[in-house]
Design a protein around this ligand. Structure first.
Ligand code: NAP
Ligand code: GLV
Length: 310
């Protein structure tokens, strides 16, 4: 039987995804009709992005799963019309991209690169940076992306710690967990990376009290989600010197409004939500694999737990 697979993501993505998805579905041995428009009652699977026009899943009575193109699910997870299984994106190329972005920005702060990149007075002031082994980095969030980042940072030689909801064991990484482990994690590094999902439990996690527990002069790198951070508390921590710098890829409002103080702050670097895009070739294989699993009666990979919110 031919499976009807609806592509319900932003329509400008269709050009990038049509061929790789068709190839991946065929490689998986699936007989599928893939389209931007299929009558709702005939759809078997929905390939989805949260900024899609599709927000009411109720008419998709036959659909067996919604397969997200994004890792983050906060815009969809509370949708009361979404009652069928929902899988988020775990894309190996996205993971590589995030790891590269995180390591690049950690190395910038570790090596103090800004002093050489911005040196208007042409000051010849040699500074010998510490070795990575003498620098502590903590990754808040030890899921698919956070774990990969800790592993690569540990390979560089950094002294790496991390924090998650449940206990973890990662070779070469000191793992903290739960509310009790949060203070220990905040005291455990000079450079922090946030790779947590946006949920009710993580909103404003990085507030005045959290910044106060970091060593003075710490750096923050946030490719997770904007609401993890209390923006005003971050600006105050930067202005007081409690934090020495922040690199932010994600924001409460995107695009970041032109008059937002982050743009003008001398110790904030803004990147426009580019840390880790989903890559069509690899993501298509993940989606085809999940449809294959569903058709075989196996549980979906990367299924979202709607009660946890991620
Ligand atoms: P994931 O695999 O679901 O991992 C999430 C991690 O956060 C897990 O370790 C989880 O703990 C931890 N966590 C969740 N709630 C927590 C809490 N209340 N307290 C402590 N730890 C908590 O997610 P992922 O694939 O690594 O992605 C992480 C986030 O990155 C996404 O949700 C998305 O917002 C963001 N992202 C950004 C970009 C970008 O381009 N900027 C790209 C992709 C993703 P457990 O392990 O115990 O469950
Ligand atoms: C990007 O931010 C994603 O959630 O995939």
């Amino acid at each position: 039987m031919t499976l009807n697979v609806l592509f319900a993501a932003q329509s400008d993505l269709w050009a990038d995804y049509e061929a790789p998805l068709a190839a991946a579905l065929a490689e998986a041995g699936l007989d599928a009709r893939l389209d931007l428009s299929i009558p709702a009652a005939e759809v078997d699977y929905i390939i989805y992005s949260p900024d899609s026009e599709l927000q009411d899943f109720a008419p998709y009575r036959r659909a067996k799963a919604v397969l997200n193109l994004w890792a983050g699910v906060e815009k969809t997870v509370g949708n009361p019309t979404l009652v069928i299984p929902f899988a988020r994106m775990v894309d190996p190329a996205m993971t590589t991209s995030m790891t590269e972005w995180v390591c690049g920005h950690v190395l910038r702060y570790h090596l103090g690169m800004d002093a050489d990149i911005v040196n208007p007075d042409r000051t010849w002031g040699p500074r010998v940076p510490p070795l990575a082994a003498e620098r502590r980095v903590c990754v808040l969030g030890l899921g698919e992306l956070g774990t990969a980042a800790t592993q690569k940072l540990a390979q560089f030689g950094f002294s790496v710690s991390g924090w998650s909801r449940s206990p973890k064991r990662i070779d070469g990484v000191t793992c903290h967990h739960g509310p009790d482990g949060f203070s220990r994690a905040l005291g455990s590094a000079e450079i922090f990376v946030t790779l947590l999902p946006d949920t009710p439990a993580t909103e404003n996690l990085l507030d005045t009290a959290a910044f106060a527990q970091m060593p003075r002069g710490a750096f923050l790198i946030n490719p997770g989600r904007g609401p993890l951070i209390d923006d005003d508390a971050l600006l105050a921590a930067l202005d007081s010197g409690q934090l020495a710098g922040a690199t932010l890829d994600v924001f409460r409002t995107e695009p970041l409004p032109k008059d937002h103080p982050f743009w003008a702050h001398p110790r904030v670097t803004v990147t426009p939500h580019i840390a880790a895009a989903t890559r069509p070739a690899t993501a298509s294989r993940v989606i085809a694999d999940n449809i294959f699993r569903s058709e075989a009666g196996d549980p979906l990979l990367h299924r979202v737990d709607t009660t946890r919110g991620y």
